[in-house]
Design a protein around this ligand. Structure first.
Ligand SMILES: Cc1ncc(C[n+]2csc(CCOP(=O)(O)OP(=O)(O)O)c2C)c(N)n1
Length: 615
């Protein structure tokens, strides 16, 4: 790809390209939708541009590695989903105090409407909370350009910057004009300066005062930012940021009122450039703030009007929904209301604004080893006759929430399942069997497991190890045995960690071997019942999508399951107890979709008439 070339890019690819054009030498991340493609793109390009990239164990580590690179004078970028910033936040807050050397941008990809997240959180609020500058692009082109801008300003002001994006921008494509790629010449070097990097109270008090001053100078830079602009000169004002700005521009055109309204697009969100806002507000009759999620800009504009003695109505969350993602239609409706226009759907080309894809329920893939593990847990609980509850975590296995398993009683945030189990084992009066994926285990469960040993909380923990971080698209994790730079590395195995944490029952099973798995979980239950401490079972089998891929490439041969027509009684027990989508009811019998089947043998185990065999 050459300078000046225009390329169709995802918002996330554009951010990655921005990092390349900004001369970033170190990029780190922990996967999480909608941020994942940023590091995926950079890991493909790393060698060509002489960059170092890593999938870190979790977001805090990712942030800290990028911060260390910045301390050594290298430009760095770290990317994560919105809740990942919560994990990184302890280090983030202090990094504002120490400041940075090489430019450092933390990309926060927020997920309005919780498309693939446990909550809907507006990370612009980290700006005022952590005293870090925040910028937000409105298009893929801007996503690239503002990445470069944020890295450069971060280095200039010696502060970490946050670039906030949202699902819709991260995952939509647009034309992006490429810029030049600088040579990466810097050699990392850490100059000792304990009074700058040690957040002891004696230093922290001084650092905080300096931080407040730094933010004032960032505000001056933001006041002249090329990413803020005013469209039109009407006395009715709209202020918008992020993708909401693009919706506003479209909505004004659709409503045929683009000549009557003046729009302030604001991309530098913290600290707000007050002189720019003041000059926009001065001649306005009324103003609508269009922003996704919280009333972040609206409240600041209201405060500013108060300080300026301006008595103009400022509207926002009374017309633009607080909950859920903004859509073009929601913005059209809000604007029409604000302007007192009667909205008829035909006037706004209803089809393009209201089209929704048909809903599809989430489901574990055919042959998913997690299905076999859940099946085995169910069997073991039944055979042991325990009254159990099932804390769980976040990953593909959260789908164990749905029938036929219903083995997910809690899902709070990554790692919480084991911490909750420590408490539930003591206070619930029930037997506790927790489930977690290996990536999540390594990300956030280890202190909780140590806690279980130390504070004598007894429960069974089943680690569902499919060799990759599957839910976010098969990224490697420390258990995988290879890393983002494509190097083969020593795997860090959950069973070794569990042993090192002091767990005396640690066993590994293959969930495709159903009876072995059931027996192992029963033994683990017995271990806990006898008061011998927590028990860890690692159910290890490669993700079925990877198995199918290998089989299609001819690298492995899978012995697929088939239904013997004469023996099948059409009882549907196989479907009812496994829920496997490769099993298809056909008339009064069942057939198996050979393209989807991995030959896991679960249906063979479930069939009461021995009507299913592996070929
Ligand atoms: C703090 C945080 N970071 C990232 C995510 C996105 N995410 C959810 S689960 C998960 C890991 C899934 O991997 P694993 O635990 O191995 O389970 P699998 O999907 O492979 O079954 C990730 C990265 C998140 N929800 N929260």
């Amino acid at each position: 790809m050459k300078e000046q070339q225009v390329v169709l890019m995802l918002g996330n690819e554009a951010i990655a390209r921005g990092a390349i054009e900004a001369g970033v030498q170190v990029a780190t991340a922990y996967p999480g939708t909608p941020s994942t493609e940023i590091l995926e793109t950079l890991s493909r390009e790393a060698r060509r541009y002489g960059m170092y990239v890593e999938w870190s164990t979790n977001e805090k580590v990712a942030f800290e590695v990028a911060l260390a690179a910045s301390y050594c004078g290298l430009r760095s970028l770290t990317a994560m989903k919105h809740v990942g910033v919560n994990v990184a936040s302890d280090a983030l807050f202090s990094s504002a105090y120490t400041g940075v050397r090489g430019g450092l941008t933390i990309v926060s990809a927020d997920d309005p409407s919780c498309h693939s997240s446990q909550n809907e959180q507006d990370n612009r609020l980290y700006g005022p909370h952590a005293y870090i500058p925040v910028v937000e692009p409105s298009s893929p082109q801007e996503a690239k350009d503002i990445t470069v801008y944020s890295i450069e300003l971060s280095e200039l002001h010696k502060l970490p910057f946050m670039l906030r994006t949202t699902t819709r921008l991260s995952h939509s494509r647009g034309p992006v004009k490429l810029g030049a790629v600088p040579e990466r010449k810097r050699i990392g070097r850490f100059e000792r300066s304990p009074e700058s990097f040690v957040c002891l109270p004696v230093n922290a008090r001084r650092m905080r005062a300096k931080l407040v001053e730094k933010l004032k100078s960032v505000e001056e830079s933001f006041n002249n930012s090329p990413f803020n602009r005013v469209l039109g000169d009407g006395r009715l004002g709209v202020i918008a940021c992020g993708l909401a700005y693009s919706y506003v521009v479209d909505a004004l055109r659709l409503l045929k009122i683009d000549d009557k309204v003046s729009v302030l697009k604001i991309s530098t969100l913290h600290p707000m450039p007050r002189p720019l806002l003041k000059s926009f507000l001065e001649d306005k009759e009324k103003v609508l703030v269009v922003e996704e999620l919280e009333s972040f800009i609206e409240l600041q504009v209201k405060a500013l009007c108060h300080d300026m003695g301006l008595h103009i109505p400022i509207q926002g969350k009374n017309l633009i929904p607080l909950v859920g993602e903004l859509t073009p239609l929601r913005v059209v409706e809000g604007l029409a209301h604000f302007l007192g226009l009667k909205l008829t759907l035909s006037s706004t080309s209803p089809e393009s604004l209201t089209l929704q894809p048909p809903p599809r329920p989430p489901i574990l893939c055919a042959g998913c080893p997690h299905r076999s593990t859940f099946y085995a847990i169910k069997q073991a609980v039944k055979r042991k006759g325990v009254d159990a509850i099932f804390p769980s975590d976040i990953g593909c296995y959260t789908l164990g929430y749905y029938p036929p398993f219903e083995l997910v009683d809690t899902t709070i945030c990554m790692g919480a399942g084991v911490g909750l189990s420590c408490g539930l084992a003591k206070f619930s009066g029930k037997f506790v069997i927790a489930t977690v994926g290996e990536s999540t285990f390594l990300h956030a469960c280890i202190p909780a497991l140590i806690n279980a040993v130390h504070n004598t909380s007894s429960f069974v923990l089943v680690v569902l190890d499919n060799g990759v971080t599957a839910m976010t698209g098969h990224q490697p994790n420390p258990a995988s045995g290879y890393n983002a730079m494509g190097q083969r590395v020593k795997p860090v195995l959950p069973e070794d960690i569990a042993k090192a944490c002091g767990v005396s029952f640690c066993r590994v099973v293959d969930p495709y071997n159903i009876e072995e798995t059931v027996t192992c979980i029963m033994d683990a239950i017995e271990h806990v019942k006898q008061g011998l401490g927590p028990a860890v079972v690692v159910a290890r089998r490669k993700c079925s999508l990877l198995l199918l891929r290998e089989s299609r490439r001819g690298e492995i041969k899978l012995s697929k399951c088939v239904v013997c027509e004469e023996l099948c009684k059409g009882c549907m027990v196989c479907i009812k107890t496994t829920g496997c989508p490769a099993l298809i009811p056909r008339g009064s019998r069942v057939i198996i979709d050979a393209n989807a089947c991995t030959g896991c043998g679960l249906c063979e185990h479930a069939c009461p008439y021995n009507a299913i065999r592996r070929m």
